[in-house]
Design a protein around this ligand. Structure first.
Ligand SMILES: [Zn+2]
Length: 277
C-alpha cells in the first residue's frame, strides 16, 4: 500500500515507508497528514569514513533514535498536505559522531518539499501575482520571493554579458520600484533577444549600469523612441553609437497626433452646433 501512495505522490525515495495517513485541523483548515519513516542503510560514516561493519564483522554504525520533521508537500485534492517524516539518526562507534538521514524530498534545514518549490517555479512563469502563487501553494509570500530570488543565480549576469551592435531600448509601466513607475527594457535589434530589464529608467542609474559593461563600445546603433534622455545616454556611454528612432514610435506618435486632432475637431464641431441651437 505504501508503494502505491508513494507512486501517487511521486515520491521515489526507496527507503521511505508510509505508515499512516490522517486528517488534522490547523487554523480551521483541514489538512492531510502523512506519517512516514525514513531509514536508509548507511554504508560508511560521513565523519571518519569507516564502513558499516568493522574488521571483526561487528556494526560500527548503529541506529540512534529518530528525528521528526514536517515537510510541506504539494496539495492533494485541494487539501494542503504535510508529511511527518521520522528521519533515522545514526551514531558511529568509531568516532562517536551523530548524524541524521537526509531525504531527497526536501533540502537540508528546509520544511518546504522540492515538489512545492518546483510548482512555485512553474507558476512564476505565468502571468499571475506572487500573492496568488503563495495561496495556490499554501506558502507565505516571502517564500515565493525567496525562491524567485534564488533563481537569479542561474541567470547569466547581464552587466558582464556582451552587448549587441544594435541595441533597442524602451520603457514600460511596471511599478517595479518606488522611485520610478516605469521600467527599462533593452534587447538585441537584430535577433530580438532580450538583453535585460531594469526596475528604473532614470538616466543616472542607466549610465551607471552600462558604464560597468566593457562591451558598451561595440554598440553601433541605439534604437529608441523620441525620448531625449536616450540621446544623452548615448553620448555618455555609447560613444560609437548613433541614435535611430524606430518606425514603431514614429507611427505611434503620428497616430496619437491624428487622434488628438480628431478629438479636438469633434469637440469644436459639437460646441459650434450647440451655439447655433
Ligand atoms: Zn565515524
Amino acid at each position: 500500500m505504501s508503494d502505491h501512495i508513494k507512486k501517487m505522490l511521486r515520491i521515489t525515495e526507496p527507503s521511505l515507508k508510509i505508515i499512516d495517513i490522517s486528517y488534522e485541523t490547523i487554523k480551521n483548515r483541514q489538512i492531510i497528514v502523512i506519517k512516514a519513516n525514513f531509514s536508509p542503510n548507511q554504508k560508511s560514516c560521513p565523519n571518519c569514513g569507516c564502513t558499516a561493519r568493522n574488521q571483526f564483522g561487528n556494526p560500527s554504525i548503529v541506529k540512534n533514535g529518530k528525528k521528526c520533521v514536517r515537510v510541506r508537500l504539494d496539495q492533494y485534492n485541494h487539501l494542503p498536505t504535510i508529511m511527518k517524516l521520522f528521519k533515522q539518526r545514526y551514531r558511529c562507534k568509531e568516532c562517536s559522531s551523530h548524524w541524521t538521514a537526509q531525504s531527497s524530498l526536501v533540502e537540508k534545514r528546509c520544511s518546504i518539499g522540492y515538489h512545492v518549490k518546483f510548482k512555485i517555479m512553474d507558476l512564476l512563469k505565468e502571468k499571475c501575482s506572487l500573492t496568488l502563487i503563495a495561496k495556490l501553494c499554501h506558502v507565505s509570500i516571502p517564500t515565493v520571493i525567496r525562491i524567485l530570488k534564488g533563481l537569479g543565480a542561474y541567470i547569466p549576469n547581464p552587466k558582464t554579458s556582451h552587448l549587441p551592435t544594435v541595441l533597442m531600448v524602451d520603457e514600460f509601466r511596471s511599478h517595479a520600484s518606488l522611485e520610478d513607475k516605469m521600467s527599462f527594457i533593452c534587447a538585441d535589434g537584430e535577433t530580438g533577444k532580450l538583453v535585460d530589464i531594469l526596475p528604473t529608467r532614470k538616466l543616472n542609474r542607466l549610465t551607471h549600469y552600462f558604464m560597468e559593461n566593457p562591451s558598451r563600445m561595440n554598440v553601433r546603433y541605439l534604437v529608441t523612441d523620441m525620448n531625449a534622455a536616450y540621446d544623452q545616454l548615448t553620448k555618455r556611454v555609447f560613444p560609437n553609437a548613433k541614435v535611430v528612432i524606430d518606425r514603431f514610435h514614429i507611427i505611434k506618435h503620428l497616430n496619437k497626433s491624428f487622434q488628438d486632432f480628431r478629438i479636438k475637431e469633434m469637440k469644436r464641431i459639437a460646441m459650434t452646433k450647440n451655439k447655433e441651437a
